[in-house]
Design a protein around this ligand. Structure first.
Ligand code: PHB
Ligand code: FE
Length: 344
């Protein structure tokens, strides 16, 4: 998602000093359900008609396969995203940009206080290969894990085809800005992005741009509301404009952000339409901190040390504004940058 293509930095931080695991295995399709099962380190993954099962040396965990696939999908599409992707309060991944921690209970006080937590570290590309094969094998024909529930088929049942077109979608990452020459294109009826029915009242006109001669390739404007009204996915911020490390990542939201996102930097939210309610919890312990109801026009800055999950009862438009610098998480961990963007 909301990352530039190249966030690589030479130094990969490893705050828990974990050794890299290199055991990966794909087991053949089950005779009854038809699904493959997977191993990465000492984690193993299996699905059946309704559930995803994760086992670790410290315990087993079960999730609805709907919730699991909806969380796995963005973890794959966003390249493990910024910071932590909590699939639920127990299982998830933390991105160290080149390497990734996968954990069971490690960011849940109830598990850590009982010594029931388990964590391993992988090279990102190696764990990603397993995750990609899992989301492809476990997604049935007609189910799109990036779609709002009213717009997609169901994930349940025995293996039934696939939906590789949907699960291998390329995220939008503008180099400068949507619509610039040679950059990611505007959305139109003609290129497969009709206006979503929930946004059929959104103006579709485009601004007029009158560039001085010689500046035609430097000056650009587009109708962001029109662009967002044509998004075919939900909870999938995409980089629409870039100024150095300042990334505007607007997105359309409906139903539930399928992950509890643990930030590793501050991020600004500007609610462009409708309403989203955010549950905010401590990033490390999972203790509840706040409930924030954002209405159209509201602006919030989410701190770097929290996790959050949004609930959008109607399709809404949200602008997520990120500082994409790969240096920020380490500066925060070392106490050289603050957890909050403003102090009053
Ligand atoms: C976030 O974690 O900040 C986030 C993720 C996906 C969205 C919106 C916000 O669609
Ligand atoms: Fe976030």
């Amino acid at each position: 998602m909301a990352m530039k293509e190249d966030t690589g930095s030479a130094h990969i931080s490893n705050p828990r000093k974990l050794a890299l695991q290199n055991h990966f295995k794909v087991d053949p399709a089950d005779n009854v359900t038809g699904y493959k099962s997977f191993e990465a380190g000492k984690f193993s993954f299996r699905r059946d008609e309704y559930f995803a099962y994760i086992t670790t040396p410290k315990g087993a965990h079960t999730m609805s396969v709907d919730a699991f696939l909806r969380a796995l999908m963005p973890d794959v599409a966003w390249g493990f995203f910024y910071g932590t992707v909590n699939f639920d309060p127990v299982f998830g991944t933390t991105n160290f940009y080149g390497e990734v921690d996968m954990f069971y209970g490690s960011l849940n006080e109830a598990y850590t206080s009982e010594g029931r937590d388990y964590i391993e570290r992988f090279r990102s590309d190696e764990l990603m290969a397993i995750f990609k094969e899992m989301v492809s094998d476990w997604t049935n024909e007609g189910f799109d894990p990036f779609s709002a529930p009213r717009e997609t088929g169901v994930p349940w049942g025995a293996k039934n085809g696939d939906n590789d077109d949907a699960v291998s979608r390329q995220r939008v990452t503008a180099r400068r800005m949507v619509g610039m020459p040679g950059d990611t294109p505007l959305r139109t009826d003609g290129n497969g992005f009709p206006v979503n029915v929930m946004f059929d009242d959104v103006e579709q006109g485009q601004p007029e741009v009158h560039a001085e001669p010689g500046f035609e390739a430097e000056v650009q404007a587009f109708n962001l509301f029109g662009y967002l009204s044509r998004s075919d996915v939900t909870w999938n911020p995409s980089v629409c404009s870039v100024v150095k490390d300042s990334l505007f990542c607007p997105t359309t939201e409906e139903y539930i952000l399928p992950v509890e996102h643990g930030n590793d930097r501050c991020e600004w939210f500007i609610q462009l339409s409708d309403q989203i309610t955010w549950n905010i919890k401590d990033g490390v312990s999972g203790r509840p901190k706040a409930v924030v109801a954002m209405k159209a026009g509201d602006v919030a800055c989410m701190p770097a040390d929290i996790r959050h999950q949004g609930f959008s009862p109607k399709r809404s438009m949200l602008l997520v504004w990120e500082n994409g610098s790969p240096k920020v998480p380490e500066l925060i961990r070392e106490g050289k940058a603050p957890n909050v963007a403003v102090q009053f």
